[in-house]
Write a protein that binds this ligand. Sequence first.
Ligand code: GUN
Length: 283
Amino acid sequence: MTAHILDGNALAKTLRANFRQEAEALASRGARPGLAVILVGENPASQVYVRNKVNACADAGFYSEKHVFPGDATQADVLAKIRALNADPAIHGILVQLPLPAQFDAEAVLDAIVAEKDVDGFRAENVGALVLGLPCFVPCTPRGAMRLLEEAGVDVAGKEAVIVGRSNIVGKPMAMLLMHAGATVTVCHSRTRDLAAHCRRADILVAAVGKPRFITGEMIKPGAVVIDVGINRLPDGKLCGDVDFDAARVVAGAITPVPGGVGPMTIAMLLANTLESARNSVQ
Ligand code: GUN
């Protein structure tokens, strides 16, 4: 068997073209979607992510601002910027790129963003709404992964879904979304015993651990749908996911590549959330 490739690049491109049309329609009503991205420090991966987010805004006809702070910036400096952006009518979404340097209390920083502009969906209020199945901004990476499943025609209801990784950004919200869609969900993590046995039960396997090629071919049930959220840089400079792609693609029914799978969908969903916020602002 050779797995069907879930092409995030292609889907994100189609979505972005639709967003552009909607952005122009909103602009004509005085609400061109606007995103502010805050980057603190010089983490090279974060710099790349932020650049990609700002470029995607330009490509979709959104307004964007990038605010870069040095690694030794104080929390008070960043909070002051967030307060100004909260009050700025041109800005519909505020994103603080994570991780923040050690001297920051990330929770306090995220909490300073008003809920209506929390397009990452990381505020406690948003997370609570997600758990309850209430309207909220759904975190971009899990939302993108769900959109890929939908596009692939995967009927999630009744399926065994296994998530490897329990982060606030991916593992936990992904568990909620899959549960709401009717899957039976298992969340595995660093303390899980016999991880391979859990993974082998999965009809839908989501890898979000941040370890290169951690999920091997033997851990995958034949025909499973594999969503690889990891982006790891190898010593030779190449990128790879949390799944051993070459081994997995001959076992799985469908799989996301890295790069070109979940990554572009994360950015597309950030635009979708920003668009939603701009739409809300004119209602
Ligand atoms: N760092 C890694 N992923 C993300 C994300 O989705 N949003 C933000 N703000 N930071 C991240």
